[in-house]
Design a protein around this ligand. Structure first.
Ligand SMILES: *Cc1c(COP(=O)(O)O)cnc(C)c1O
Length: 381
């Protein structure tokens, strides 16, 4: 049976007959040492040398002009949308094929997601879909782009680099610029992924990373904002640290701020993880090429590979099955036989909070959602 061939291959790949999880963190470096340093020096909380170091090192790694830590990827997205000027009752273009955090961040502001289709070649938001929707529905007024039907302002667009595969980000940025729509990149899954040699999350005004436990590197929980303009980064730092005016003893705050600052102890974990990021990605890419070679000979299964001109971190490997029945049969078999597999997230427009949101029909999105299965992807180091 073909499904047995697949689960046998996964067990062989990970050198075990035991249960193989989807994605687990690896602590192979200085994690313990840096955590001990935090405890020994008492700098465990929201101020400390690892916070500054982690920001500097992520900026250097990604090529961003400034990086600012957050407590999670979700609040990094929330902050990004606020900093691009999204307000209550604005509309935000995004994909329905994403993790809930993308849409929760939009909702925190009281803005409304509009769900547009993805490309089958990237699994992420399609610039063609964005362009077609804007041309059919939007008009430019003195103060920006408006949805003619709802009368609401279309303020931002949030593409997501699904499973670490870069979307056609340059084209999305170009279309959005023409329509005066700000782009925020949800790069939560794509640390180390490059689009034409440039790091994802650095193509627009702001990008957001996540360091949750299941991501390519983890700080336990955490996120990072990436900026091209250091001044916007400074404002983010201010807002994420309760908007306190620097002073030797006074407590003065000059706007509504947030306690979104990552503790030093989490940043310490991040610094240690970052030292091994290239090894993790190397390993994940080797696993992906082993899968690609194996699935070539498996009829009815397509292994999803990085889009042309991109380097993907292969955060989560994905296969595309023939139809929903085959997907469900494979999910059943693999989870019964020691290999953890998962379907893609339930589409956002099918969740009760977002079921009345506008969509463009989502042809590719629906097709993919019926067929995608994620398979084990942990780095081996
Ligand atoms: C992980 C993730 C986030 C952020 O999640 P946190 O758990 O809050 O760090 C945001 N968007 C996507 C697409 C994600 O996968």
């Amino acid at each position: 049976m073909q499904y047995k061939e697949i689960t046998d291959f996964v067990h062989e790949l990970y050198g075990t007959k035991e249960f193989v999880p989807l994605s687990v963190p690896q602590f192979a470096g200085n994690e313990k040492k840096y955590l001990e340093e935090c405890i020994d020096t008492t700098f465990v909380s929201s101020v400390g040398p690892f916070v500054d170091r982690f920001e500097k090192e992520i900026a250097a790694y990604t090529g961003a002009a400034r990086a600012v830590v957050c407590v999670s990827g979700t609040n990094a997205l929330h902050m990004s949308l606020m900093l691009t000027g999204v307000q209550r009752d604005d509309e935000v273009l995004t994909q329905a094929l994403t993790f809930i955090a993308t849409c929760n961040a939009i909702s925190y502001i009281g803005a409304h997601p509009v769900f547009l289709d993805v490309d089958k070649s990237t699994l992420g938001l399609s610039p063609d879909a964005v362009k077609a929707w804007l041309e059919a529905n939007a008009e430019l007024r003195a103060d920006g782009c408006y949805n003619r039907r709802t009368g609401r302002r279309v303020k931002a667009c949030v593409p997501m680099h699904t499973f670490g595969h870069p979307v056609r980000i340059r084209e999305i940025v170009d279309v959005c610029r023409k329509w005066q729509v700000e782009v925020v990149e949800d790069a939560a899954e794509s640390i180390g992924s490059l689009y034409k040699g440039q790091h994802t999350g650095t193509f627009a005004k702001i990008g957001a990373l996540s360091f949750n436990g299941n991501k390519t590197i983890t700080t336990g929980g955490g996120g990072m904002l990436l900026f091209q303009d250091p001044a916007v980064g400074e404002h983010a730092k201010h807002l994420t640290t309760q908007a306190k005016v620097p002073h030797r003893w006074e407590f003065r705050h000059d706007e509504i701020g947030y306690n979104y600052r990552m503790p030093n102890i989490n940043a310490a974990l991040g610094c240690a993880q970052l030292e091994n990021l290239d090894r993790f990605i190397e390993s994940k890419r080797q696993i992906a090429s082993a899968y690609a070679a194996f699935f070539k000979d498996i009829p009815g299964v397509q292994f999803f590979t990085e889009p042309e001109g991109c380097r993907s971190n292969y955060w989560l490997n994905a296969i595309i099955l023939e139809n929903r029945e085959a997907r469900d049969a494979f999910l059943e078999y693999s989870n019964d036989n020691g290999v953890m597999t998962r379907p893609v997230w339930e589409l956002m427009n099918r969740l009760p909070m977002f079921e009345n949101c506008e969509t463009d029909g989502l042809a590719n999105t629906v097709w993919l959602a019926d067929r995608i299965v994620n398979i084990p992807s942990s780095a081996k180091v």
